[in-house]
Design a protein around this ligand. Structure first.
Ligand SMILES: [Mg+2]
Ligand SMILES: [Zn+2]
Length: 252
């Protein structure tokens, strides 16, 4: 590949080897991890919007006395595989015309903290995720997590099954439209694992690459069950650990 290319990363279980939302609570408090779990399953009222339940549980965590530093320290020990770092830095060095973008249902504070810890703050051209900020009152050190698409905004209207707060396919379209259009990139490579990574893959074409995590991840299941019917054209490359991404990236 000689021209400009785009590499899009999902974050949780794709760029990093964990789910950021669960990890912080798992590291700090079993009680709050349980709260998150129960809220996520919605107590029988269906799946809840992820940033909403993380925000609510962050409030309880701060109320219980956990500090901003506790949360940041938990993020700083979240596993990012050295081979993933090698994969992205190697590709950037070999092909400086590669543009990296992150589209994630995590949040700004989590992603920035982890990238800072690993010296990767300049890697991504754009990070598309849920907004987050710290407040000092009424509870000090409370992290607020919002929705990328606020509940007050018109819904994104996606019929592929994206959560209310973000349609990753629409986000990819918007990014491309504001960066010269699809034609300005020779190839798009997408690295993902989750059910909400299926929608953006439908916006991609033959010759683009979808690096899909296996085994037992939801994206692979959706591709198997819905890919043909939905007209999926992208070339699927399976990976289980980061060193496989490094191998694929060496072919880009
Ligand atoms: Mg993921
Ligand atoms: Zn969608």
């Amino acid at each position: 590949m000689t021209g400009k290319q785009l590499v899009v990363f999902d974050f949780d279980w794709s760029f990093v080897d964990q789910d950021t939302d669960r990890w912080v609570f798992e590291v700090l408090s079993t009680k709050h991890r349980r709260l998150l779990q129960d809220r996520k399953s919605g107590g029988g009222t269906g799946i809840q919007c992820t940033p909403d339940v993380v925000d609510q549980t962050m409030g309880d965590l701060a109320q219980a006395g956990y500090t901003k530093e506790d949360v940041l320290d938990a993020l700083r020990i979240l596993p990012l595989h050295p081979a993933m770092k090698r994969a992205v830095l190697g590709l950037k060095e070999r092909k400086p015309d590669t543009v990296f973008v992150c589209i994630s249902n995590s949040n700004q504070v989590y992603i920035q903290t982890i990238l800072e810890k690993h010296g990767l703050t300049t890697l991504f051209d754009t990070i598309i995720t849920n907004p987050a900020h710290w407040s000092t009152s009424p509870i000090p050190n409370r992290l607020h997590v919002g929705r990328r698409l606020a509940a007050s905004e018109p819904p994104h209207g996606c019929t592929i099954g994206c959560l209310a707060n973000m349609c990753k396919g629409a986000e990819l379209d918007t990014y491309l439209a504001s960066h010269g259009g699809r034609e300005s990139f020779e190839r798009i490579t997408y690295v993902g694992d989750g059910g909400n990574d299926f929608c953006p893959l439908l916006r991609m074409r033959t010759g683009d690459w979808a690096c899909v995590r296996t085994p037992g991840f939801e994206l692979e299941e959706r591709i198997k069950n819905e890919g043909e019917k939905a007209g999926l054209k992208v070339d699927v490359k399976l990976w289980d650990q980061a060193w496989r991404i490094d191998e694929y990236f060496q072919q880009l």
